[in-house]
Design a binder for this molecule. Structure first.
Ligand code: AMP
Length: 281
């Protein structure tokens, strides 16, 4: 695997490969890689000739300075993991390489900007689109791989691609979970064993809704899930909502074929998100 730290070196490395009609895949990450990231990378390996994994803890998408400061950065471990799955290129730029001084970025994300993650993390999606657009321009991938774990982010990136007319195919990969159901996340390493047990209640609540939706109806199963979350004093829920997957508008009863349950909560000061698709029919 090649580790490349500058935009110019990465472009120079990729251009001859593109000229030889090699298919290029991009997996953007912030590092602290876990099996969730690796599933994206394996998917990329199966579809592309050359897989570029970027690791960049993007400051413009952090609305909380201490979250940025505490974000784990185990780069040696990450490099070894990437080597082990035969990733072709690790793009590892620093902040100065990615951002000039006083850069301005704003795109119209519509209601995605002010709903759910947008509401609780002001500016977050502007930062995400800013860095993802930069990565798209540098790598010019044929395919880019994102996780359903960040459901709203996938919608935001799709909108970015539409607005800026980026010629890339997005591949959305399913959520990887621990055996007990916890959605894997780089932030999980900040939880104690106790916190990890508490965190299981998030996916339990989502499962209650998913399983109950057809039998008891949505509102009853949502009440049961809310009760489970309320009973755990170590969980501070920011939002827990059942929404249409295309608009993220909240619904009270089953409408259409598929819905998505979204949750964000703090445990031991760590902000976790998760989601699950719900079949209504
Ligand atoms: P991050 O490093 O958290 O920015 O994540 C990089 C990519 O990995 C994003 O597209 C995430 O949605 C995806 N991802 C993170 N956690 C998981 C998971 N548990 N399963 C699948 N994909 C994930």
């Amino acid at each position: 695997m090649k580790t490349i730290r500058t935009k110019s070196a990465l472009k120079a490395y990729l251009q001859p490969l593109r000229d030889k009609n090699k298919t290029i895949g991009l997996v953007p990450t912030m590092g602290a890689l876990h099996p969730g990231h690796l599933s994206l990378l394996r998917n990329a390996k199966s579809r592309c000739d050359i897989v570029v994994c970027s690791i960049f803890v993007n400051p413009t998408q952090f609305n909380d300075a201490s979250d940025l400061e505490k974000y784990p950065r185990p780069i040696e471990q990450d490099t070894a993991l990437l080597e082990s799955i035969s990733c072709d290129v690790l793009f590892l730029p620093d902040v100065e390489e990615m951002y000039g001084e006083n850069e301005h970025w704003h795109i119209d994300l519509g209601s995605l900007e002010t709903m759910w993650e947008g509401a609780f993390r002001p500016g977050h999606f502007q930062g995400v689109t800013q860095v993802v657009y930069k990565l798209f321009q540098i790598v010019q991938p044929h395919y880019a791989f994102f996780g359903q774990k960040d459901f709203q982010q996938c919608m935001v990136v799709r909108r970015l691609v539409d607005i800026m007319q980026v010629p890339v195919r997005l591949v959305i990969c399913p959520i990887e979970r621990s055996r007990e159901g916890l959605a894997l996340s780089s932030r999980n390493v900040r939880l104690s064993d106790h916190g990890l047990r508490d965190a299981l209640d998030l996916s339990k609540a989502l499962r209650l809704v998913r399983h109950g939706a057809k039998e008891q109806g949505l509102s009853k199963s949502k009440l049961a899930a809310n009760a489970l979350l309320d009973e755990n004093p170590n969980i501070q829920v920011e939002y827990f909502a059942i929404c249409k997957p295309d608009t993220l508008l909240e619904v009270k009863e089953c409408e259409g074929e598929q819905l998505v349950a979204l949750i964000a909560a703090y445990i031991e000061g760590v902000r976790l998100i998760d989601n699950m698709l719900i079949d209504c029919q």
